[in-house]
Design a protein around this ligand. Structure first.
Ligand SMILES: *Cc1c(COP(=O)(O)O)cnc(C)c1O
Length: 407
């Protein structure tokens, strides 16, 4: 097997910076190995992964079951494309539908593609089913949203950095505050086909709406014949203490987007899943994806959902998340403005007058904990759902040390 030539840490970083477009500002660590909740760098240092690839690696790095599902599928069939039926796509889709309570799905690859699929479905449903005049359909979204990086999606971002220099944008979106049901009802017009929302805003800074929000949102959407589409790419798959975050409050929405952990953390697998009459607007030729729903993706999706169910990872996430929140809440540092979360999706808000979240993440890195800042003031903690209490204790001790050092 080809072994990459061993370089110094600085040389790895310099080479990456020279040849890879600078879209990210990675923390200064060069990783080369992972197992379970741990990652190792090229100098042999060990780190606890408190980010899980933005919730994609919920089952831990190189999870043995996920790895086996991939290898077993590679022994059978790779990618024949949707031009043909396969023996596994139906099984996968049936499982996704059973677990979400919805009727049909369109498999895609990245999260952004799942969101694009939902947007297309909602608009066509608006014209074909609701009877909105052609070209007039509008979708309501929230301030501080994050739904991906395609040109359509960044066109309705409220973050200037995501948009700058990428227009013109087509429009068709109305932005309201997250967590505000009165604003939703006010924004709805006869041309509104859907409300697209994250049950908890992850990239926005772990922003949790008031209790009862989704329930009320659903009632408003029903009343006005507007589709409720939930982006569960980050909050789904057990992350917030239920298989899907909406299950904390409602039976089911009209459509959801899944991604990240759906591929077991090792391969991009996403889906838009919806009610039958919403999915029925797609006819042959209207949408597609070369790799979407391929046997490898299907095998990984089936295994990821099976682990979620059989290992009761949602319950585990709820329990461990509560423990983590309580421990972080007890830290009592003047640097902490707020600690909030649901399940193992936790945000620690830093007082901007005292430090940036990036400073905290860099200092945590030096002590062996990998986390990521979001929106300057929030440190995101989203460890793999398989994490043990003793590892949470260890990490919180490191957080306490870092905060004490920075006071
Ligand atoms: C990560 C994420 C996306 C985008 O997923 P990609 O796979 O990066 O395209 C969309 N919505 C939410 C809520 C996300 O967290």
């Amino acid at each position: 097997m080809a072994e990459a030539m061993k370089l110094t840490k600085d040389a790895y970083i310099a080479r990456e910076n020279q040849y890879v477009a600078r879209l990210y500002k990675p923390l200064p660590v060069v990783l080369c190995r992972g197992e379970g909740v741990w990652l190792w760098d090229t100098d042999g240092n060990k780190y606890l992964d408190f980010l899980s690839a933005y919730s994609a690696v919920s089952f831990g790095h190189l999870n043995q079951r996920i790895k086996k599902a991939l290898i077993d599928q590679l022994d059978r069939l790779d990618i024949p494309a949707r031009a043909f039926h396969t023996d596994i796509l139906g099984e996968y889709a049936e499982k996704v539908c059973r677990m979400t309570g919805l009727d049909m799905m369109q498999p895609m690859n990245s999260g952004a593609e799942a969101v694009e699929t939902g947007i297309k479905a909602a608009r066509r449903w608006g014209y074909d089913v609701k009877g909105i005049p052609d070209g007039k359909a509008r979708i309501i979204v929230c301030k501080n949203n994050f739904h991906g990086r395609t040109t359509t999606i960044v066109g309705f971002s409220s973050d200037a950095d995501y948009r700058r220099g990428f227009g013109p944008f087509d429009g068709g979106f109305d932005i309201i505050p997250h967590g505000d049901t009165a604003a939703l009802e006010k924004a709805i017009t006869p041309n509104t086909c859907a409300f697209l929302v994250e049950p908890i805003q992850g990239e926005g800074g772990i922003l949790i709406p008031p209790k009862g929000y989704l329930k009320e949102v659903q009632a408003i959407c029903k009343k006005h014949n507007v589709l409720l589409l939930l982006d569960e790419i980050q909050t789904g798959m057990g992350r917030t203490g239920r298989n899907f975050c909406f299950q904390h409050e409602i039976d089911k929405p009209d459509g959801i987007m899944l991604g990240k952990a759906l591929g077991g953390g090792i391969y991009p697998v996403s889906a838009f899943v919806g009610r039958k009459d919403v999915m029925a607007v797609f006819d042959p030729g209207s949408h597609g994806s070369t790799f979407g729903g391929n046997p490898i993706a299907a095998a990984l999706g089936i295994e990821a959902l099976s682990i979620l169910e059989e290992d009761r990872l949602s319950e585990r996430s709820a329990e461990q998340g509560e423990y983590l929140l309580q421990k972080l809440g007890a830290l009592n540092s003047p640097l902490i403005k707020d600690v909030r979360g649901k399940g193992l999706l936790v945000g620690m808000e830093i007082d901007p007058a005292r430090a940036t979240a990036r400073d905290v993440c860099e200092k945590l890195l030096a002590r062996g904990v990998l986390s990521k800042d979001t929106h300057e003031t929030v440190v995101r903690f989203a460890p793999p759902l398989i994490i043990e209490k003793s590892d949470l204790d260890w990490a919180v001790d490191r957080v306490a040390e870092v905060l004490r050092e920075m006071e």
